[in-house]
Design a protein around this ligand. Structure first.
Ligand code: GLU
Length: 489
């Protein structure tokens, strides 16, 4: 059996867009589910727009999502190199082959001439197509002109009057007529290979069996198939995935808000949530199940079941998925993930001591039961780090009783200690239930709502004990909070 070889081939011209991340994911799911190979190739021949920084950012995002590649940049493999700018030798060899065999030819047409022709065709309501002016220049003559300093591109000689058909795994049979395909430029006059040309050589030499990419490439595919024919290379299967849309059904773009993996990462989504959610756009694992780990998604994934209708990116649904993974997150990992967001809020200000880390690991899981995104953990911790005291009208007898009982009690580092104090205040004031606990909450946390007092009170007092060297921002203990409120009146 021929093992499946798939690839993701990003152009490093910016951040990884979630639509492209989904393309990478579908390739990865297929490779993982079918014991295939997932290749990562960098298509960096657009010198003006490609940057190393973007390449690094894309690799980092893929790794963050857990989409590790089996072959490609940084990891190597049997068909190196995996960066197009390092494969120029191969593009030149293939170009010479096409020229010698008469399947490609030099074209000397000036940009201005091509432009004028394009404009007149558009004006006549025709699809713009190269006129074929240079098709019949003999190769020897073309070589002389080039040697004499004339600039030339290399074009593919597209056979006339036939159909190019391929069976797209997602979309079924797709046919283009060659009469609408003008002879495409394969190599620019500065020697830079065009996308359609380099991609075929690379996919063929890397023995890619399935090309899975965005629908925006579908009109490139017939040109690529003609190149496979010209080189007599084995054609891969093709699958074109619908684009990811915004709520208005236009392709997801900046206009809609966050679009890159980096942005969703910075908003506090977990990688497994983004992966799980992206898999659900245009595909379903079936059995009414949606929340599944990546290996299970891979086990169930079939390209045949991917919808050809476009999918809408729904951030509310992503948040719902994220909520699930936050609840399930292992405590130590949760603390590590949350750290940068707590730093952003000034809740962590230095290197965390072991005790402070222990505190976070103990406190965060309860808070993570009801949040959508990591920064909301900082919202939940706000009452721990409050520095002001309440100015609300609270019954003086209760304020006094609470302040006195707290002054006499040890720090309430466990729930039981809080219960003891609360009972004494209850006995002294005769208040109970909501009438007792609501004002206590306001005095100790400065808020009307928040995490359960049984959780937050020990969290506050434990943090207050950690002191300045903990790496946490200063925390005022419950005793000091009550005393400050009492002192106010
Ligand atoms: N570099 C192309 C892109 O990022 C790759 C397209 C393909 O997968 O063939 O759109």
């Amino acid at each position: 059996m021929l093992l499946m070889r798939v690839r993701f081939a990003p152009s490093p011209t910016g951040q990884l867009h979630v639509g492209n991340a989904r393309t990478a994911l579908f390739n990865w799911l297929l490779a993982r589910g079918q014991q295939g190979t997932f290749i990562l190739r960098i298509e960096d021949t657009d010198f003006e727009r490609s940057t190393k920084a973007s390449e690094q950012a894309i690799l980092e995002d893929l790794r963050w999502m857990g989409l590790q590649w089996d072959e490609g940049v940084e990891v190597g493999g049997p068909f190196p190199p995996y960066r197009q700018t390092e494969r120029m030798r191969s593009y030149v060899d293939h170009m010479n082959r096409l020229l010698t065999e008469g399947k490609g030819y030099y074209c000397f047409c000036a940009e201005a001439t091509l432009d004028a022709h394009r404009q007149s065709q558009l004006a006549a309501g025709l699809p713009p197509k190269y006129a074929g002016t240079c098709r019949n220049i003999p190769l020897e003559e073309a070589r002389r002109r080039k040697a004499g300093g004339e600039r030339a591109v290399v074009r593919l000689r597209v056979p006339e009057g036939r159909n190019v058909t391929f069976n797209d795994i997602v979309r079924g049979d797709v046919t283009f007529h060659t009469d609408v395909i003008g002879d495409p430029v394969l190599v620019r006059s500065d020697g830079i290979p065009a996308y359609n040309y380099a991609v075929v050589i690379d996919d063929a030499l890397m023995k890619v069996t399935h090309v899975i990419r965005g629908e925006d490439h579908i009109s490139n595919t017939p040109r690529q198939i003609l190149l496979y024919e010209a080189f007599d290379y084995q054609q891969p299967r093709f699958a074109h995935l619908s684009l990811v849309m915004g709520p208005d059904h236009a392709p997801l773009s900046k206009r809609h808000g966050a679009t890159s993996v980096k942005e969703f990462r910075d908003k506090g989504y977990l990688p497994e949530a983004l992966v799980n959610y992206l898999a659900l756009i245009g595909w379903s694992p079936g059995q009414n199940e949606e929340l599944l780990p990546a290996d299970e998604l891979a086990r169930r994934f079939r390209l045949e079941n991917v919808s050809h209708a476009s999918g809408v990116f729904d951030e509310d649904k992503l948040a719902w998925v994220n909520r699930h993974y936050l609840k399930a997150c292992e405590p130590a990992r949760l603390a590590t993930l949350a750290e940068r967001f707590l730093r952003d809020r000034g809740q962590i200000v230095g290197d965390l001591s072991a005790a402070a880390r222990h505190w976070l690991v103990a406190v965060l899981p309860a808070m993570a039961q009801s949040v959508d995104r990591l920064p909301q953990l900082a919202d939940r911790l706000e009452s721990v780090f409050r520095q002001d005291v309440t100015t609300e009208a609270i019954e003086p007898a209760l304020v006094t009783a609470l302040a006195e009982e707290l002054a006499a009690a040890p720090r309430m580092t466990a729930t039981e200690q809080f219960r003891v104090v609360a009972n004494r205040v209850k006995d002294r004031t005769g208040l109970k239930g909501k009438n007792l606990f609501h004002p206590i909450r306001v005095i100790l946390t400065g808020a009307h709502v928040g995490p359960e007092l049984d959780l937050i009170v020990p969290a506050i007092d434990t943090a207050a004990d950690l002191g300045a060297a903990s790496g946490l921002a200063p925390v005022m203990g419950c005793r000091e909070r009550a005393a400050a409120v009492a002192g106010r009146r």
